[in-house]
Design a protein around this ligand. Structure first.
Ligand SMILES: Cc1ncc(COP(=O)(O)O)c(C=O)c1O
Length: 381
């Protein structure tokens, strides 16, 4: 072994000399890492996981069968272009597959958009209680997040437009928004697009679109089809029940798809996700059952919370934001601890600027009833 090949001594590898070790780019260490919903309770005979807006209905049997069928060919790389999946999404939604990109969750699409369109000196706007992946993606790309106020826990188009500067390159809105559950009508989205400079990319994150039952709502398909600066992102993690596979997609003008395809990993979607996703998006009955379940239990949970004296932000998604009094012993954090001890795992949303609220996913009938019963005891205790 030559001197050059001699392994460095442990003294040379010491981690006690920060100046001599690799340091991330400026801004990376300012990022607050995403905190996912808890998986586990602290007690209770059963655990009801209502912390990440997953569906209580499992996955489409067709999707499960397609996933299992892949078990005999795990040695092969998947199709790097997700061709069959894009075709299935295109067929289900009436879209040209050439304008679709698939990713490891819509999170990946959001990050790819930030990497492709943002850099040092750029600003990207998101709203006060917007999804916390946006600031991570913005900062990771070296740009500056600009947070604008909401009105009644709802995206405020005028506030967004007022925050646009020559540095603004991107606007992220979740419609409906997580964790508030509120939405803005299509007219408002159109007004936003019309008010933005043509070089600003508008990202419409429609992770919960399938749940929305409002005549004035449009997920983004129409705007993407007619504008050069709009992208819609969607997910298989929520109503399709495929969260563990990490699968999402974006619909965008061809020039945006082209940019994202240049920077994504060559095999960014697994074979299992491609197969299961293509089957899931074709299983309309499964989606309809999930919508029906939500239509039944979302109003029920909201009404029961109100009966308990807890206000709920009107939601069009598969979750509700429940507000607690700022009174010692009865706060959102106290309620969360009480619920966790009894098997009910909800989501604290203080990091979303909502310290007095918990977000609850609409679960199975059993789970919904369990949370209501636990909260009734909590408030009486
Ligand atoms: C608004 C919003 N966008 C995107 C996502 C990310 O979904 P995915 O699992 O596809 O990465 C979520 C998940 O919680 C979400 O709530």
């Amino acid at each position: 072994m030559t001197t050059a090949e001699t392994p460095a001594s442990s003294a040379q590898c010491s981690t006690t000399r920060p100046a001599s070790r690799p340091i991330p780019r400026a801004g990376i260490l300012d990022i607050a890492a995403y905190v996912p919903g808890k998986h586990k309770s602290n007690g209770g005979a059963k655990t009801y996981k209502l912390s990440s807006n997953e569906t209580p209905l499992g996955s489409s049997p067709q999707a499960v069968a397609a996933y299992k069928a892949l078990a005999d060919s795990l040695e092969l790389y998947p199709d790097g272009s997700s061709t069959s999946l894009r075709a299935a999404i295109g067929k289900a939604h009436g879209l040209n597959p050439d304008h679709i990109i698939c990713g490891a969750g819509s999170d990946e699409i959001l990050s790819l958009l930030a990497y492709a369109y943002l850099g040092a000196g750029d600003e990207a706007i998101y709203t006060e209680h917007g999804f916390l992946v946006y600031p991570i993606a913005i900062r990771a790309a070296g740009a500056t997040p600009v947070v604008v106020p909401e009105k009644d826990l709802t995206t405020d188009i005028d506030a967004i437009l007022a925050a646009v500067t020559p540095r603004t390159k991107m606007v992220f809105i979740a419609n409906p928004n997580n964790p508030t559950g509120t939405y803005i009508p299509f007219d408002e989205v159109k007004r936003l697009q019309a008010g933005l400079p043509a070089n600003v990319l508008l990202v419409l994150d429609a992770a919960y679109a399938e749940y929305v039952r409002r005549n004035d709502y449009e997920a983004g398909i129409e705007l993407v089809a007619t504008c050069e600066n709009v992208v819609m992102t969607r997910t298989f993690s929520k109503i399709y029940g495929l969260a563990t596979l990490r699968l999402g997609w974006g619909y965008a003008p061809e020039h945006v798809i082209d940019a994202l395809n240049r920077i994504r990993g060559p095999f960014n979607v697994t074979g299992g996700a491609i197969a299961a996703g293509a089957a899931a998006v074709a299983d309309k009955a499964f989606v309809e059952a999930a919508v029906e379940h939500n239509e039944r239990w979302l109003p029920w949970v909201s009404a029961e919370m109100e009966k308990l004296g807890l206000s709920v932000t009107p939601s069009v998604g598969n979750f509700v934001l429940i507000h607690f009094p700022d009174v010692a012993g009865k706060t959102a954090a106290d309620a969360d601890a009480w619920l966790l001890d009894r098997g009910c795992v909800l989501r604290q949303v203080a990091n979303y600027g909502l310290p007095n609220a918990l977000r609850m996913t609409i679960g199975s009938e059993e789970a919904n009833r369990a949370v209501v019963a636990c909260l009734a005891e909590f408030l009486e205790a």
